[in-house]
Design a protein around this ligand. Structure first.
Ligand code: SAM
Length: 327
């Protein structure tokens, strides 16, 4: 019988493998940043593209991913072409300054969200399909777990999180259920939470989605401050890139994609002018400066996986890749 405390080996299949590295137009000898090392797939392709005279710096907030990648990419670490940093990409500017990378990077890639390891490993507590501790932290060395959040937060805050990050229409009802049950005993496992929701919320046969899907997504986004991290990256990546440098981001749900799309449109000067109120007392020069373009969007529509990739790796189905080249 399978031992539930036994940890699975680290597994992750890179999404849009060639597309997301090629869009950075990597050159031999150049410097690239991979914000999300994960299983090291994109990082290893970057290393191949920049060659022995190039440099790749890869971030991850998850020590399990880092340990796995350190073993897999040991020769690049030994030769100095690869550096791995245990940090969030929200702190990219601070680390780029420390590593003397500001203005020297020709491409930044972020393949955001969780890895297959997170979803498949019971002990990480991300999935309602497996029973495990209700943790959900990508970095298990800091922050509060989903169980701690559900134990101490106000009912209204829980409802707001489930609504804002899960777009769950039953957010208030689910928050009430959670607060009622915790007066008897705290929710500590994924199964307790999934069973609580599925026992009281009607399954929608048409969508075939487990009724806890949106709540799990919301808690994960909240616990890891995923949208805050993404906003900070969008703000700081342009400061690190060299002229002509490219920022590419793969997202997996509409909340993230909306942020990336709007921010890239704004940086390309496409939305600012319309959003400046007409009656403001501004000169033409001031308006032009406010709507100035910092870069060019590389594809008019996001790049998505083709049918073959989705067949081979169904988790890739909602991926969207967007990229912008800075001046
Ligand atoms: C989808 S996986 C990346 C897979 C990788 N591109 C590959 O080819 O194997 C996402 C990884 O990013 C990490 N991650 C997510 N958000 C992060 C953040 N804000 N800062 C640093 N790492 C993050 C996760 O721990 C996870 O390992």
């Amino acid at each position: 019988m399978a031992n539930h405390s036994e940890q699975k080996t680290y597994q992750h299949t890179s999404v849009l493998f060639h597309e997301s590295v090629d869009i950075l137009s990597p050159m031999l000898g150049s410097t690239l940043i991979d914000c999300t090392l994960g299983g090291g797939g994109h990082t290893s392709l970057m290393l191949e593209k920049v060659g022995p005279t190039g440099r790749v710096v890869a971030f991850d907030r998850d020590l399990k991913a880092i340990d796995n990648a350190k073993a897999k990419l040991s020769s690049s670490l030994a030769s100095g072409t690869l550096e791995i940093v245990h940090a969030t990409f929200g702190d990219i500017l601070k680390h780029a300054e420390k590593l003397n990378l500001v203005g020297a990077v020709s491409g930044v890639l972020a393949d955001i969200g969780v890895s297959s390891h997170h979803l498949d490993e019971d002990s990480r507590g991300f999935s309602f399909m497996h029973d495990g501790p209700l943790d959900m932290r990508m970095d298990q060395t800091s922050g509060i777990t989903a169980a701690e959040f559900l134990r101490h937060a106000d009912e209204k805050d829980i409802a707001d999180v489930i609504w804002k990050y899960g777009e769950e229409p039953k957010s208030r009802f689910i928050a009430r259920l959670i607060c009622e049950i915790r007066t008897k005993s705290p929710l500590t496992t994924t199964k307790q939470l999934a069973d609580l929701i599925s026992s009281k919320v009607i399954w929608k046969e048409a969508s075939r989605k487990h009724p806890a899907t949106r709540t799990f997504q919301a808690l994960r986004i909240h616990v890891n401050d995923e949208l805050g991290q993404l906003k900070q990256l969008l703000k700081d990546a342009p400061k690190i890139l060299a002229p002509g440098g490219i920022l590419a981001i793969i997202t997996f749900h509409s909340l993230e994609d909306r942020l990336v799309k709007e921010s890239m449109l704004e940086m390309s000067g496409k939305t600012k002018r319309q959003s400046i109120p007409r009656d403001l007392p501004l000169t033409d020069a001031q308006v032009s400066q406010m709507s100035a373009s910092q870069g060019t969007i590389l594809k008019p529509f996001p790049v998505a996986p083709n049918e073959q990739e989705i067949r081979d790796n169904p988790r890739a189905r909602s991926a969207k890749l967007r990229a912008i080249r800075f001046q």
